[in-house]
Design a protein around this ligand. Sequence first.
Ligand SMILES: N[C@@H](CCC(=O)N[C@@H](CS)C(=O)NCC(=O)O)C(=O)O
Length: 199
Amino acid sequence: MSDVVTFYHAEPSRSSMTRLLLEELGAPYEIERLDLKAGDQLKPDYLAINPMGKVPAIRHDGALVTETAAIFIYLADAFAQAGLAPAIGDPQRGPYLRWIVFYAACFEPAIVEKARKIAPGPRAMSPYADFDTVWSAVLTMLKPGPYVLGERFSAADVLWGAALSWMTSFGLCPPASEVEAYLARHAARPAVRRLAQAG
Ligand SMILES: N[C@@H](CCC(=O)N[C@@H](CS)C(=O)NCC(=O)O)C(=O)O
């Protein structure tokens, strides 16, 4: 059994969010770097790890995990001593899982389709209803503040802080004071500054 996380990563890419989580958790990790432009993600060795040919993926204690939302839930529980995951039985566990999964199940498809100017189609067929509904839910999530779970900073904030700052930088999010204030808190985190300096 090894505590060290093997982290399949490409820079710049969505896997940077997982790297930030590893830093926030203080988890020991070693990077297996992929060059997406060179097509490393489509080579048989990596497809055996993630048949989707996507980063991130992690290996830890014999478990192979892909999909950012699953990786976040897994790592925050595996390194519970960092205090970034409400435990099973904690009333905040439900909202915590809700907002992490909402990111992958609703927010990402909504924002990607918006960026590609693809209409969501009939509301009843769309897994996310429509962009305005998703965005309004995001603002509802952030409104009480300062964090997704109120006073408690969690792995959900690592995900949302990284995702919203990335998507805001691409001009994909409508302007909102809640988001601005949330992103200022995100940018001030020592782990965010450390990684920005590391490049
Ligand atoms: N559903 C995956 C999506 C990951 C994803 O889209 N990764 C991109 C990096 S931004 C990727 O690996 N792209 C390489 C490719 O598609 O060839 C997750 O949430 O982890």
